[in-house]
Design a protein around this ligand. Structure first.
Ligand code: FE
Ligand code: ZN
Ligand code: FE
Length: 174
């Protein structure tokens, strides 16, 4: 009988999964930036694109620290989230609604990544892969910041919508 896979095998497998997921994002983020209506959201997507490329470099370092060749394995989860995001872009929302929908898609991506890196960091620490743990923690922190940034943009967008609705109502009342 073949030997059962260890936590280390699972760890390498998940590392390949997230490595592929980050590559999928490098392709998706420019499309999301292009679809964004506000300069702030476009800037946020472009900034995260740059960060994502850095995350890929860190993952390569993590592979090397484990004496593994950096290699991806198709991440079906990220593919699905990106596919949903693409259908949002095809829906032809008005500007504010499009940005709100893009932010919602992007936050799904960030939460997915947070979950992946959260487990990877815990596993790396548990197995004493100190260098990999440090690199993965840096990616985890960046995803956390990206998520918070999106929340603040979403909150601001909602407030703008509310003000616009109030002004429209005031006009009606006159
Ligand atoms: Fe990422
Ligand atoms: Zn995945
Ligand atoms: Fe991210």
């Amino acid at each position: 009988m073949a030997q059962a896979n260890t936590l280390h095998d699972a760890f390498i497998d998940e590392l390949r999964d997230v490595y592929n997921a980050e590559h999928q994002l490098v392709k998706a983020l420019p499309k999301m930036a292009k679809a964004a209506s506000t300069r702030e959201l476009r800037a946020a997507f472009n900034a995260h694109l740059k960060e994502t490329k850095g995350q890929i470099k860190r993952l390569e370092e993590a592979f090397e620290s484990l004496e593994e060749r950096p290699r991806g394995k198709h991440c079906e989860g990220m593919a699905g989230i990106i596919k949903e995001g693409e259908s949002v872009m095809k829906d032809g929302f008005e500007r504010q609604a499009m940005d709100a929908a893009l932010i919602a898609s992007a936050q799904r991506v960030e939460h997915y990544e947070l979950a992946a890196y959260g487990s990877l960091v815990a596993w790396a620490k548990a197995m004493g892969h100190t260098k990999a743990a440090r690199l993965l923690q840096q990616n985890l922190n960046e995803e956390g910041k990206a998520d918070k940034k999106l929340t603040s943009l979403a909150t601001r967008g909602v407030n703008i919508n509310r003000r616009a609705a109030e002004i429209a109502h005031d006009d009606e009342d006159e």
